[in-house]
Design a binder for this molecule. Structure first.
Ligand code: ZN
Length: 484
C-alpha cells in the first residue's frame, strides 16, 4: 500500500485544515479584510489581524440587507459596504442596527445614511462628542502615533511584531483622521426603549435593551431564523488576543443610567430561547461568548440585584453588602473570567446599592467640588451630610482614595489630591492606607514635613507597612542630605 494515500490522512487533513487562519488576501483602507460566511445569506466582515475592531454582520432578507454595527471609521465602512454587496450579490441595503452608542460601533453610520438606522433611545446622546475631550484625544493620538512609528521601525520587516505595529499605526492614523475631520455623526432614525421587532419578511430582528453593564444603550440583536444572537460589547467569556478593547469589563458604572429589572427581564427572554441560538457574536472579532458564559453573567447581575438590593432596602450599609457578596467566594468561576476584577465588582455592587437607597457616591461629589476649586464650606456641607437624618451621600474609603489618585497620577494635581486625601484621613482615621496616601500626596506637593507626619501615623497603625517605612527612610535621607 506504499505510495497510496490512506483515506485516514485525507480525513486528518480535512479535520485540521479549517482551523488554520486563512491569510487575508484583500485589504480595506490598508488593513487585512476578513470575510466569514455564517450561512448562505449571512456574512460577518471585519478588518485587522491584531487591533480589536468591530464585527460587522450583514443579513440578506426578503426586504433588503440589514447590517449590524459599523467600525469607527466611515472610510472602512464605505468599503465594507461594497464587500457586503459583493458577498451577498445585491445592493438593496435597508437598515443598519447599532448595538450601542460607542464610536467604534456608530462611527461609520454615515456609510448607511440612506437606510433606516435603528438603535436604543439613549444611543444618540451617547454618540455626542465632548469638545473638551476631543482636544485631549487629538493630543493623545498625535503623541501615540509618534510612539507607534518608532515601534514599527524597530522590528524586522515581516515579523509578527512589525506587522502588529504597522497595523496599529494604520488603524491609529485612520482614527486620527476621523477625530480631526469631526464630521457630524449620522444619528439613529428609529429608536426604542425596551424591545423592538423588525419584520423583514423572511427574517425577524428581535432587539432588546440589555444596557448598563457596558454603556447606557446596549442592546441584544437576536435573529431566530438564522440562530444568531449579537450581544454588542456587553460581554465575552474568551478573548482571542491580549487586547480585548471594549470587551475588557463587565460592570455597572456610576453615571451610566441603569434599568436592572428591564435588563433582567430581557435577559430571561433570551435565555428562554436557548434552543434557537446557534451562534453568539460579541461586538468585536477578538472576543467569543458561549451560551453558558452569557447565562452566568446574567445570573450574576440577578444575584446582585436581588441580594444587594435586599440589604439596601433593609437599611444595611454598603460595606455590609460588599462583605456579603465577595467576588471570589460567591462567584468563583466568574472571578477568573474575562471582564471581571475586584474593581469592576465593587463598582457594580455600589451602583446597585446606590440605586436602591437613592444615596449618591460622596467621593464623586467631593471630587467635582475640589476639581472646580470650591470653597471649604461647600466641601464641609457635603461632609456634614454624613450624620444627618436624611443623608444624600455614601462615603467609601477606597472610592475617595481612588479619586485622590485620579488627581495625583492622571491629572498631576497634587494640591487637589492632598485636599481629598485629608478628607479621607478625617473620615477614616483608623486606616493606615489613607495616611499612607496622604503622605504620598504631600510628598508630591513638596511638603516633606507634612508627608513625614502622615507616614509616621500610617506606620504607627500598621508597623508592617513597607511603603510607609521605605517612604520614611527616603524622607529622612533627603533631610539629612540637605542639612549636611
Ligand atoms: Zn463599546
Amino acid at each position: 500500500m506504499r505510495g497510496v494515500r490512506s483515506p485516514w490522512s485525507l480525513a486528518f487533513l480535512l479535520l485540521f485544515l479549517p482551523v488554520l487562519p486563512a491569510p487575508a488576501s484583500e485589504e480595506v483602507a490598508g488593513l487585512p479584510l476578513h470575510v466569514q460566511r455564517l450561512d448562505a445569506k449571512t456574512v460577518r466582515v471585519w478588518v485587522g489581524d491584531f487591533v480589536s475592531t468591530t464585527n460587522v454582520v450583514a443579513f440578506a432578507t426578503a426586504k433588503g440587507i440589514v447590517v449590524v454595527d459599523t467600525t469607527g471609521v466611515p472610510r472602512i465602512d464605505r468599503e465594507l459596504r461594497g464587500v457586503i454587496a459583493r458577498e451577498l450579490g445585491r445592493t438593496d441595503f435597508a437598515a443598519l442596527i447599532d448595538t450601542h452608542e460607542h464610536g467604534d460601533h456608530t462611527g461609520g453610520n454615515s456609510a448607511y445614511a440612506d437606510t433606516a438606522i435603528v438603535a436604543h433611545e439613549r444611543c444618540a446622546a451617547g454618540m455626542r462628542r465632548d469638545p473638551a475631550a476631543r482636544e485631549r484625544i487629538l493630543a493623545w493620538q498625535t503623541q501615540h502615533l509618534g510612539e507607534l512609528e518608532t515601534e514599527a521601525a524597530k522590528h524586522a520587516a515581516g515579523s509578527v511584531e512589525a506587522r502588529r505595529a504597522a497595523e496599529q499605526l494604520t488603524f491609529g492614523r485612520l482614527n486620527h483622521e476621523v477625530w480631526k475631520e469631526n464630521a457630524a455623526p449620522a444619528l439613529p432614525t428609529k429608536t426604542f426603549s425596551d424591545r423592538l421587532t423588525l419584520d423583514m419578511g423572511d427574517t425577524t430582528f428581535e432587539l432588546s435593551f440589555i444596557g448598563g453593564m457596558h454603556s447606557a444603550s446596549d442592546i441584544a440583536v437576536f435573529v431566530p431564523e438564522r440562530g444568531i444572537l449579537m450581544t454588542g460589547d456587553t460581554m465575552a467569556d474568551r478573548w482571542l488576543t491580549d487586547t480585548p478593547g471594549c470587551l475588557a469589563s463587565f460592570t455597572a458604572r456610576e453615571g451610566v443610567p441603569h434599568d436592572f429589572p428591564l435588563l433582567l427581564e430581557n435577559g430571561r427572554r433570551l435565555l428562554a430561547q436557548k434552543e434557537r441560538v446557534r451562534t453568539i457574536l460579541p461586538g468585536h472579532w477578538n472576543g467569543e461568548l458561549s451560551f453558558a458564559g452569557f447565562e452566568a453573567r446574567l445570573k450574576y447581575v440577578e444575584a446582585l440585584w436581588e441580594g444587594v438590593g435586599k440589604l439596601a432596602k433593609d437599611g444595611r450599609p454598603l460595606e455590609e453588602a460588599l462583605a456579603a457578596f465577595p467576588l471570589e467566594a460567591r462567584f468563583p468561576d466568574l472571578a477568573k473570567s474575562p471582564g471581571f476584577n475586584a474593581r469592576n465588582h465593587v463598582s457594580t455592587v455600589s451602583e446597585i446599592w446606590s440605586l436602591t437607597t437613592g444615596l449618591r457616591n460622596g467621593a464623586t461629589e467631593l471630587f467635582s467640588l475640589i476639581e472646580a476649586g470650591a470653597p471649604e464650606e461647600q466641601v464641609r456641607a457635603v461632609l456634614a451630610d454624613r450624620g444627618s437624618k436624611t443623608p444624600r451621600y455614601y462615603f467609601l474609603e477606597r472610592e475617595i482614595n481612588g479619586r485622590g489618585y485620579l488627581f495625583l497620577n492622571q491629572q498631576k494635581k497634587a494640591a487637589e489630591a492632598v485636599r481629598l486625601f485629608r478628607i479621607n484621613a478625617e473620615l477614616f482615621p483608623a486606616s493606615w492606607n489613607v495616611w499612607d496616601s496622604l503622605g504620598e500626596g504631600l510628598l508630591a506637593a513638596g511638603d516633606a514635613a507634612g508627608a513625614r507626619a502622615a507616614y509616621e501615623k500610617s506606620v504607627q497603625i500598621n508597623p508592617e507597612s513597607r511603603s510607609g517605612r521605605e517612604a520614611l527612610e527616603k524622607i529622612r535621607a533627603e533631610a539629612a542630605k540637605s542639612t549636611s
